[in-house]
Design a protein around this ligand. Structure first.
Ligand SMILES: [Ca+2]
Ligand SMILES: [Ca+2]
Ligand SMILES: [Ca+2]
Length: 236
């Protein structure tokens, strides 16, 4: 009987203990340290859950953002590629146009400028006024040329009844005739009796004078007034 009473008492005690642990902390744990810690642990868990949600939302937002950025970059890359292709095609078209115009210019180009006469590999300019030998030469130099140097009989001007200065003189040494490029005369076309320093005059400059003769050159005073003929290389 005592055993039963003890058992009954023990059972009652266990039931009481179990009931105590099962009680809700919120209703019965106001003053104990266990309840205090439990409440804070629960609050911390809630905060942790919220932080996890916030972190998840942030990760999702970043993934969406970078996917969107990646799409934008891909679209921009495609646009640049298209622009590059268009510019490459325009460059090709411009190069073809340049080649076409270059060929056209070459076809139109003449060896001599307007007002100049083309013969062999040279261009010639015959003046329409008369000046001294020096002034005539200066005019030729301004035109990128010089007084003509006659290298062959064919280069002697024909068909003009005017006296023309040529690039020939003995200004440096009397009697030693030279062309303006410093070269000596390999052959000459002096008219009969020329050069003669006619009448004792100081005739140091060469001219084409005797148009009715095969040999047409004459020495003349450099200050005399003549027409003149310039020569310069023809364009290739
Ligand atoms: Ca010449
Ligand atoms: Ca002379
Ligand atoms: Ca003379």
């Amino acid at each position: 009987m005592q055993v039963l009473i003890h058992a009954s008492t023990q059972t009652h005690t266990n039931v009481h203990t179990k009931n105590f642990h099962a009680r809700d902390y919120t209703t019965n744990c106001k003053d104990t340290l266990v309840c205090f810690i439990g409440e804070h642990v629960r609050a911390a868990a809630v905060c942790l859950g919220l932080l996890c949600l916030l972190l998840l939302a942030t990760v999702i937002s970043l993934v969406v953002h970078y996917n969107k950025s990646d799409c934008n970059l891909s679209r921009e890359r495609d646009e640049f590629q298209t622009k590059f292709n268009n510019l490459t095609e325009e460059k090709h078209q411009l190069q073809m146009e340049i080649e076409r115009l270059t060929l056209k210019i070459i076809g139109m180009r003449t060896p001599c400028s307007d007002g100049w006469i083309h013969f062999s590999s040279s261009c010639y300019f015959i003046s329409s006024e008369s000046k001294s030998w020096n002034a005539s030469r200066q005019d030729c130099l301004r035109r990128g040329a010089d007084l003509v140097i006659i290298n062959s009989r064919e280069e002697n001007v024909r068909g003009l009844e005017i006296r023309l200065w040529i690039g020939l003189s003995d200004l440096e040494t009397e009697g030693k005739w030279k062309w303006l490029d410093g070269s000596s005369l390999s052959y000459t076309y002096w008219g009969p009796g020329e050069p003669n320093s006619d009448g004792g005059k100081n005739e140091d400059c060469g001219e084409i004078r005797f148009h009715d003769r095969r040999n047409r050159w004459n020495d003349e005073s450099c200050g005399s007034s003549n027409f003149w003929i310039c020569e310069k290389p023809a364009d290739p």
